[in-house]
Design a protein around this ligand. Structure first.
Ligand code: PGA
Length: 249
């Protein structure tokens, strides 16, 4: 039985003034049946620890090497040192802003794993790819290329985030989400066996309090990766509650 996971992605938002939102999110603790994760700007992780309660903290990227002459980069051991337990890898914004390939994402995931971080590996098709009927093939290729061998429920989470749904207010239909999550579940099971069955698969892209319950009712959706609506506890907590409702079904 996979535990549900409500994950926030703060992207490049948040300064000291935002730590109160973490404390407010932690006000929901304990949340039996649901894990909460917030992936913060790296500058906030160690300070957020003091107020995070049961909320796990994550980074949003790491380098493929543990240390080295890579100005401006951050490594997996550094995220662990700051108090992170997870790291988002291969988010579509990094794939487009920094041209990260599946190979790059897989190398980063291995480094995260070696340091003891759980990698939240993102996949998802563009609108053009969906409209041309290639969504499953694109996501299948990203899964094969971005997830290193040896993935397990402990070291890997997959986030299905259609690029066209991120920050747009658009979401796929529940049928489309169900089709994709079923496809991802089968692919993980085929490749990783029982460990593949333990890997949680999140939906991401314009998840809001208003649509969360419908999305969480879709089979094979183990939670959400939430961007904009994770920045304020007042928006994120109703999503956590909706997931608790789905966990109780
Ligand atoms: P959004 O972002 O919820 O603001 O659409 C999701 C994400 O990019 O992880």
């Amino acid at each position: 039985m996979r535990r549900k996971l409500a994950a926030g992605n703060w992207k490049m938002f948040g300064t000291t003034a935002s730590l109160g939102e973490i404390a407010a999110i932690a006000g929901a603790c304990p949340t039996p049946g649901v894990d909460i994760l917030v992936c913060l700007p790296a500058t906030l992780i160690s300070r957020a620890q003091a107020v995070a309660g049961c909320v796990a903290l994550g980074g949003q990227d790491c380098h493929a090497h543990g240390e080295g002459a890579h100005t401006g980069d951050i490594s997996a051991p550094m995220l662990i040192d700051a108090g992170a337990s997870h790291v988002i890898l291969g988010h579509s914004e990094r794939r487009s802003d920094y041209r990260e390939s599946d190979e790059t994402v897989a190398a980063k995931a291995l480094s995260a794993r070696a340091a003891g971080l759980t990698a939240v590996i993102c996949v998802g098709e563009t609108l053009e790819q969906r409209q041309s009927g290639d969504a499953l093939a694109v996501v299948g290729g990203q899964l094969a290329g971005s997830i290193p061998d040896g993935a397990s429920g402990a070291n890997t989470v997959v986030a299905y985030e259609p690029v066209w749904a991120i920050g747009t207010g658009l979401t796929p239909s529940v049928e489309e989400i169900g089709e994709m999550h079923g496809f991802i579940r089968r692919a993980l099971r085929e490749r990783f066996g029982t460990e593949g069955d333990a890997i949680r698969v999140l939906y991401g892209g314009s998840v809001k309090p208003a649509n969360a319950a419908d999305i969480f009712a879709v089979p094979d959706v183990d939670g959400a990766l939430v961007g904009g609506a994770s920045l304020k506890a007042a928006d994120f907590l109703p999503i956590v509650r909706a997931l608790e409702g789905a966990a109780g079904q």
